[in-house]
Design a binder for this molecule. Structure first.
Ligand code: MG
Length: 224
């Protein structure tokens, strides 16, 4: 499935960084402060959505209304500050090996993240030198619709200038897989969090790996 590929569109949280447990903790704390009932686990399922979409999903459910764009911006900024307070986030074990194996096989990389969290995006140059040129990044700031809408991956595809058959996606979230498949792209899911494999099968991921080191190790053979 990965033969003849030229580009990989790569998600950030849960793929390049082991950051999802901090995101879910930060979301849960924010909602707690607002007196809104949520569970930490549910935020794993919303991964990929924009901050505004996540905030409005909870407000609609718990209060029956959505918030103004200004309020959503303030709340997302608060969530981002809580996320930073939890300290520095680790690179996903196996992610640097994965990127090295892609680059060695001549695959070029595009970042496609639903995040606007600059505390991680600004680290990419240090943690993955040369892998993600600045004009090859799609973040939450570049899209109108977040995942699971196909827009982020369609924008990523447009940056490559090649046909969809020559591109594949690397994701860790069910909504991210849904967005990638809706964009018509072959998609590899790596289950780096607590969401069971079944959820990725239901979203029609083309390949599913149980860990990043496992996927990284298989890459040279899959690409040749
Ligand atoms: Mg992710």
């Amino acid at each position: 499935m990965l033969k003849n590929k030229k580009y990989a569109l790569i998600d950030m949280d849960g793929v390049l960084y082991d950051s999802m447990r901090y995101h879910t903790k930060a979301w849960h704390q924010l909602m707690d402060e607002l007196g809104l009932h949520t569970t930490r686990e549910e935020f794993y399922l919303y991964e990929g959505m924009t901050g505004t979409d996540t905030i409005n999903l909870i407000f609609k459910r718990e209060r029956g209304y959505t918030v103004s764009p200004e309020q959503a911006r303030e709340l997302y900024a608060r969530k981002a500050r809580i996320f930073i307070e939890y300290g520095s986030k680790e690179v996903m074990p196996g992610a640097q090996q994965m990127i090295d194996n892609l680059l060695q096989a001549g695959i070029r990389c595009v970042l496609v993240t639903g995040s606007a969290q600059n505390s991680l995006i600004s680290r990419l140059d240090d943690d993955f030198p040369g892998a993600f040129p600045h004009d090859m990044r799609v973040t939450a700031l570049d899209v109108t619709h977040g995942k699971p809408d196909p827009e982020p991956y369609l924008k990523g595809l447009a940056k490559t200038g090649v046909s969809p058959e020559e591109v594949f996606v690397i994701e860790n979230a069910p909504l991210g897989v849904r967005a990638a498949k809706a964009a018509g792209l072959d998609t590899v899911a790596v289950t780096t969090g607590p969401i069971p494999r079944k959820a990725f099968e239901e979203e029609k991921a083309d390949l599913i790996f149980d860990s990043m080191p496992q996927f990284a190790a298989r890459l040279p053979e899959l690409l040749n």
